[in-house]
Design a protein around this ligand. Sequence first.
Ligand SMILES: [Zn+2]
Length: 905
Amino acid sequence: MSLRDRTKHSKKILGQGVFLALALSSLTSCQDITQAEASKTRNPASGFGSGATYIYADNPVVLTGNQFLKTPDWGKKLILGQIDATHFLENKCTFKQDNYFMPVETSGNCLEVYKDPTSALINSNNGSWNFATNSDAFYQVNTYYHAKRVIDRFLASLEYAHYFTHMQSSLMIPPATKHDLGATQNFWLGKNGLTNTLKVYSKCAFEGVNINAYFSPAKNELCMGWNSLLPHLHMAQDPGVIYHEMGHVFVKIMMNQRNTIDTGSLVNNYQSIDFHSELGVLSYDEAGAINEGLADFFTFYMLGRPYIGEWGMDRIPAMITEKNGFQGVKYGRPMTEDSHVHIAGVSSHIPGEKLSYPEYVNYNAHTPSERYEGRIHYAGQIISHYMVRLATHFKNSCTLPNKINQSNIVMPKDFSHFASSTLVMMLINETLAELGDMTAKGSDFFNEYLMGAGLSKVFFTNLNQDEAFLWAHQVTPPDMRRFFKIFAKNIKHYISDPFNGLCPQFSVDMSEQLLDEYGLLLFKSYGDRGQGVKIDTFGNVTDRTYANYANTSIYGNWFSPSTTSSEVNELNRKKTVLISKNLLSLPANGSSRPSAYVFDGRSEIEGILSSITFQGTVVPTSTNLADVKFNNKNIKISPGEIVGVALNLVNNSNSIMSGVQVLANDWDHMALEDSGKLYVNRQENQSHSLFMDNIANWKPCQIDGWPQATEGAIISLPGDPSSEGRCNYVTRTNSTIGVTTQSGINYPFYRKDAPQPACLVQFSDQNETKWVSQDFYRKYVLNLEDHECLNNEASGLNFNPNECLIRTLPGANQAVFDRIDPQSTWLETISKNNPNPRHSAGNLILMEVNKWIQPGTTFNCRFRARFTNCQDCFNNNNSGEDYKDYEYAGHTPFKVINFSFKVID
Ligand SMILES: [Zn+2]
């Protein structure tokens, strides 16, 4: 499109905005339950000194069979249970690894249960944990009972997962499960080999009509809600809700098992990572939905019942909202299509009626006419339904292994449920271990401390150690496709393998057909030959596959990878629809649709800023150069503001697009005018005779025909040799800046393929108009000093003047839209039957706008977009193999979105 059209079009961003609903939270919050009245006390019985006490095995609705129950009725429902705490309501946890003689204990308490954050631990009463029914202490003891019970069961599953993947499998793929969970103590929350204690509060006060339960991964605290309006209702009365929240704890453990150091006998044997991986980072993303679905699965895993929240999520919230004069609401979630709460059209036996992706990402069975946009709990139901059905397949068709109980926990009566759900947990663990790996190895078969120094820079997941956080949370995040591709690979090798699999009866074809019924057969290849890189001591990068490391061993079992990747049988892809990325775009020129919505209200942006972090730390803004104090809420992008931008992307296809993601981080889309001149345009370099003549000048590469050569683009033609620094070569490391040190002073230079900020500036001079770097513009037009550039202070040596004028903020430089209906925008999609559609923080890219920009200046930001059910965003259409991790630093896997706007006062 021509330049003039683009500029004219940019005005449409001033179209009336939609209100912003601030839904950002660092908590994994889950619609939940209740507490019960302090009534009916029971005298502590004598003879409870051994840790035995009365507990409830399930929630009051299930125990009484009364779905209209208003008060928990524990009469005759309590049974004897065992509490393993001694003096206080706390304990350590143990883990028995197969190759260890003795179980390993956590260095401190794994679990402590309190009434609330300001209370002290309660004591036992001479060894007895029996307290008056419905007393606070009673609920603390019961919360402890259920929390410890699920911990013991989870650790037993983890023991089995370790045993099978490392000791018993074919080793055709390298196990991601940490090779030594015991010595590292990574079977529990921890850091540097020391235990972090999980604190569980059985009675967290909520206000208004609100009641909930949540796990805070940042604090390792879990809250079971209570509301003084109906004080007899406690979320802790519903064990299913406790198991769900504990499920989030276990997801954190599984995601981070490869990420901390060992300070025990094997000192420094593992890389230490200062931050942890999270499954879900925005108010809505598919990783968050997966986290919720897995957490629900923990309820099934413990109770064997495919429903969560009959009491805590259906009865309690309804009674509290009714008490406040509103209509009662239900949030309980089924986990099988057979549940009576589902709408007609959802069933397990009719082909095509599974709770499939993406149709059901907004579905709440209790209010099916409403759509729940961007709600991870509802999208998560697709995951839980799939997992429950998979466990049921294993239960019904597999010969289940009897060595499944490594540490001999008390076995439940239903062995087949226990064993089949343990197998599913093994697959979940193996998948999360790979996804969350911040060492970027993917397996300890590539760990330099175990396998030799030559492997120090060999990486098979999340690009490399420096970029792993960015890749794992943003560039190649665990969306439905990536999660299920790895999950399916693990089924193929650990379950279906004809020689070493746990259940060859569940064939690869059956696995693909089941995934497809859920719309999750989104990938074409299992990628099981591995796609990694090795960086040598000179910084040269070469591609690697697992076969390069064959015939190595950790425990004496030989690693024997295949040299090729297995392909999906395309005949099995019937329900899953894949769409070409070219069918996603901004509105056409002349369309009545605006190209974006701008949010520049002070308080709404302040709210988002206060919650964004990257790699575990707060993201600093550019003091005095861009600040919410300049925000004027005129829905224009003005100098000095920090604005949120929601692109108004159109789905031009006839199918639902889902998991639409916009990336605004730096990427490899520019090239050096002279690849011999690498030094960053900053004062230190400008004033040193060796570097002043070697200042870098970056120009845009032409991508999809934009910009023109006459507009300043570097063009690479088909057949041009591809080498470092050129437009047709993509960075292998995503590394930006290095330093030359002379006389103790650091002089920063760019890497030849340094990723660059996404936004370019329009520069008009005499009779020509060009697109130039921000650095060029700030020097030659605005004459800005380094200290007048965005992000000059906090970034230090990493200061890049190519983001001097417009800077997208780390932690808020990606946006996700849950689904876009055919021939619609996201806003049109959510406006159906919804009088009050709202954006949420996760839909926005946050940009700092330098206050020194002259009104009237035009920018073009090259954002990159893709979606989960995309045909050609993850692999070349002609090949099943996915793009290599580093290729996601370029444009090939994406639809490049040219977002053009003018800065206006
Ligand atoms: Zn949850």
